[in-house]
Write a protein that binds this ligand. Structure first.
Ligand code: CA
Length: 257
C-alpha cells in the first residue's frame, strides 16, 4: 500500500475524471526544464508528475515505450525518467535505442525499477542510465535525484571538469594533479582517469563494464577483474580517504561524495 498525500489524491481524482483514456498528455512550461516521464502505472505517473511540477519541471507523461521514443526523438527533453516494464517497448530497449541515436545519446536517463528487477537495473546502468530509483520510492526522493542528475550533467563540461573533489580528495584535471588532504599523490594515467570518472559521477554506482568502457575504452567481455585490480591500487593510494571508494557488491564501485 502506498501512502497518499494530499496532492496525490487530487491528482488521482483528476486523472480518473479526465485523462484515464489518454495515452499521453503534455504540460508545457516556458523556461522550466522538461522531463519526459515514461510510466504505465497511472498512480505512480501522477504522483511523480505532481511532485516534479511542484519543483518547477514541465512534465510530459508517456505510458508506452514506443510512443515515448517517438516523442523524445521529435523533441528531446532535458531528462527522461522511465519505468522498466512498459508496454510497447520496455525501458531497457528504450535506453538502448536512445543511446544508439546520436541525437539522443547524451540525454540524462533515470530508471525506476521494481523489486526483482535487479539484473535489469544493472543492465540499465551498463547501457548508460545515469541513476536508478528502486520502487517503492518517495516522490521527494525522485525529485532530488532528478535535480542531482541535471546538476551533474549541466556542470559537466564547464568548471567542474577541471577541479573535482570529494571529502579530502582533490583532483585538478588540467594540472594532472591529485591530492589527499592537500598532499599530492602519484597516480598512473589509468588510475588518474579512473579517479576522475568516479569523482565526476560521485554518489552513483559505476558498473565494472561501464568503467571498462569509459576508463579503458574496452568493449564488454574484457576481463572485469582489470577494474578490480586498479580500484584496489587506487584505493591504497587514497590513504585516509580510501573508505570513500566503496564496493557495491555484485554491481561495481561508487565514490562517496
Ligand atoms: Ca510498468
Amino acid at each position: 500500500m502506498r501512502r497518499r498525500g494530499r496532492g496525490e489524491r487530487r491528482f488521482s481524482a483528476e486523472f480518473s475524471a479526465s485523462a484515464a483514456d489518454r495515452t499521453c498528455y503534455i504540460v508545457f512550461g516556458m523556461a522550466n526544464p522538461r522531463v519526459a516521464l515514461v510510466e504505465d502505472e497511472p498512480d505512480i505517473a501522477e504522483v511523480l508528475r505532481f511532485n516534479l511540477e511542484k519543483s518547477g519541471f514541465a512534465v510530459e507523461v508517456h505510458r508506452r515505450g514506443d510512443e515515448a521514443l517517438e516523442a523524445i526523438r521529435k523533441h528531446p527533453p532535458a531528462l527522461v525518467v522511465m519505468d522498466l516494464m512498459l508496454p510497447g517497448m520496455d525501458g531497457l530497449e528504450l535506453t538502448r535505442v536512445l543511446k544508439r541515436d546520436p541525437g539522443t545519446a547524451r540525454l540524462p536517463l533515470v530508471m525506476l525499477t521494481a523489486k526483482g528487477e535487479e539484473v535489469d537495473r544493472i543492465v540499465g546502468l551498463e547501457l548508460g542510465a545515469d541513476d536508478y530509483i528502486a520502487k517503492p520510492f518517495s516522490p521527494r526522493e525522485v525529485v532530488l535525484r532528478v535535480k542531482a542528475v541535471l546538476r551533474r550533467r549541466g556542470g559537466g563540461a564547464t568548471a567542474t571538469d577541471a577541479r573535482l573533489e570529494a571529502g579530502g580528495i582533490r583532483l585538478d584535471a588540467e594540472a594532472h594533479r591529485a591530492e589527499i588532504r592537500g598532499k599530492e599523490i602519484q597516480l598512473t594515467a589509468t588510475e588518474f582517469r579512473l579517479l576522475k570518472i568516479l569523482l565526476e559521477r560521485q554518489g552513483r554506482v559505476q558498473t565494472r563494464s561501464r568503467l571498462l568502457a569509459d576508463v579503458w575504452g574496452y568493449a564488454e567481455d574484457v576481463d572485469s577483474r582489470t577494474v578490480d585490480t586498479h580500484v584496489r591500487r587506487l584505493r591504497r593510494k587514497l590513504g585516509s580517504e580510501a573508505d570513500r571508494l566503496e564496493t557495491v557488491i555484485g554491481v561495481g564501485y561508487r565514490l562517496k561524495p
